[in-house]
Design a protein around this ligand. Structure first.
Ligand code: MN
Length: 251
């Protein structure tokens, strides 16, 4: 079966069984279970697999904030490419793919550029698909809301800081909300497909929220208007999922 046909079949499947698929994807992605980092024994994040997780929603489900064609190309071409090339790098560099991808990221400086670009690209997109939801929107609540107030002054101040990070990242990259070793939240950005789990990253922490600001993420609909795409992102953020990540990372 050609890839496009596979995707069409999968979309029909998703439409027919979205609730089941959502339940399976939540149970299968380690959303609810942290893992202990091998080196430190410390809870450092979530077990991300080396292959693509099915989207929990249809390609058109995020419209009008992100259009269906952008989502389809982004997931089936760009993100799929990172996963495929990661698979090659894993094979070439004898990585144990039974271990979490996070382990590789934490020592990415000792691997190839191919591993760095594609391990980062795969991890970042796997996270990106999960922090967005057709029923997102809203604002953080509970402990996460309190941590945002404590770290940034207010939710609005956090939004301004995050948007600035997203808008001022020159060229391609990502904007992040992370929690650091000190349990404080921080906002920053990374270039290309780097991320804050990488040993070589200047900006470090456990990612809670990530926004793709590569042009492929928005150009079909927003063209050069990255700030409009960044503003629209707030209509999609699944704060319940972000709060789960925060709770797990804070254990
Ligand atoms: Mn992307």
């Amino acid at each position: 079966m050609k890839p496009l046909e596979t995707m069409i079949s999968r979309r029909v499947f998703l439409t027919n069984s979205s609730k089941v698929t959502l339940a399976v994807s939540l149970a299968g992605t380690g959303v609810l279970s942290a893992y202990a980092g091998e080196a430190t024994g410390k809870e450092i994040g979530f077990r991300t697999r080396f292959t693509q997780t099915p989207l929990a929603f249809d390609f058109d489900a995020l419209e009008p904030n992100i259009d269906a064609m952008t989502m389809e190309i982004h997931y089936t071409k760009h993100a799929a490419g990172y996963a495929k090339n990661l698979g090659e790098a894993v094979s070439e560099e004898q990585v144990d793919a039974n271990k979490p991808l996070e382990d590789v990221l934490s020592k990415i400086g000792s691997y190839s550029t191919k591993m760095r670009n594609n391990a980062g690209g795969h991890y970042n997109h796997e996270l990106f698909w999960k922090v967005m939801s057709p029923t997102g929107k809203g604002k953080p609540e509970g402990d996460l809301a309190a941590a945002i107030d404590s770290s940034f002054g207010s939710y609005d101040a956090f939004v301004t800081e995050f948007e600035t990070a997203a808008k001022t990242r020159f060229g391609s990259g990502w904007a992040w909300l992370v929690v650091g070793d000190d349990k404080k939240l921080a906002v920053g950005s990374t270039a290309n497909q780097d991320n804050p789990l990488m040993d070589i990253s200047e900006f470090k922490g456990i990612p809670l929220l990530g926004l793709d600001v590569w042009e492929h993420a928005y150009y079909l609909n927003y063209q050069n208007k990255r700030p409009d795409y960044v503003s629209a992102f707030w209509n999609l953020v699944d704060w319940n999922y972000v709060a789960q990540r925060f709770a797990t990372a804070s254990l």
